[in-house]
Design a binder for this molecule. Sequence first.
Ligand SMILES: C[S@@+](CC[C@H](N)C(=O)[O-])C[C@H]1O[C@@H](n2cnc3c(N)ncnc32)[C@H](O)[C@@H]1O
Length: 290
Amino acid sequence: MKQHQFGGSWTRQKLEVLRKYLNAYMTIFTKNKRASFFHTVYVDAFAGTGYRTLADPSEAPLLAEITEEDNQNFLKGSARIALELEKPFAEYLFIEKQNDRVAELEHLRKEFPNRRIQIKQGDANNILQEWIQNTNWDRTRAVVFLDPYGMQVEWSLIEAIAKTRAIDLWLLFPLGIGVNRLLTKNAPPPKQWEQKLTRFFGTDEWRNRFYQCQTTMFGDKVEQKNANFASIQNFFIERLQTIFAAVAPKPLVLTNSHNNPLYLLCFAAGNPKGAKTALRIANHILSHPS
Ligand SMILES: C[S@@+](CC[C@H](N)C(=O)[O-])C[C@H]1O[C@@H](n2cnc3c(N)ncnc32)[C@H](O)[C@@H]1O
């Protein structure tokens, strides 16, 4: 079996937060009579192999930020953690783009014959959109984990997730590793990066928020970056708040061993009735991550 290694203590923190939430979620959905009416699904849309997954450098050159020191011995990944829950979900959907990783996920299916597992190969954005359209949201409740290396998640997917009013979302936001790097310092980003940012945030409003017009000593007008980690975080949380019933105001900042922020682990609850409880649990876990 191929074993990939990816990330260090920040990965552990991320997965521990997820595990705690899934555990609390399924405790509610098995104990509470009204909640037990629902068909529960866990969706891992960037599933990897079931073990911590090594980055493909072409996918995220910025992962050079992650030092050797961050690398740990082979450990469980999110798919396996979800399958091992004491109170399992009624169904699991794993999505993964890469062939060999899908093959690894197939081993998990054999290892957990009592779990109902669907594995789909392809782009998470397309497959999830289709799954959302074909699911009966009157009867289904789900937790979706979006754990990309970089900026692969499109805003249109996040919107579709929120629209179900039935999904709780955990999302890895590429703060230092993606967005902050695309926001170039002395001029707005080139066209291609600009489009990427707009697709990612679902609006071009980021430009007004993150760039300011300045006049040089020669009287020329230039646009300069006026953003830092905190303002990028605030903007994204505000964006989530426009579409979800509740959003954790303080995502978990995941840093490398040099204390540089790499990602934010964000939480948003889609179901208006369950949002208060979901948010209380998520906030508690986020403030006690390990
Ligand atoms: C950070 S890893 C996931 C790690 C996993 N959640 C875990 O804890 O073990 C990201 C995974 O997403 C996959 N991936 C990248 N782009 C994708 C896309 N557009 N759709 C689906 N999977 C993708 C990569 O092949 C990689 O396995």
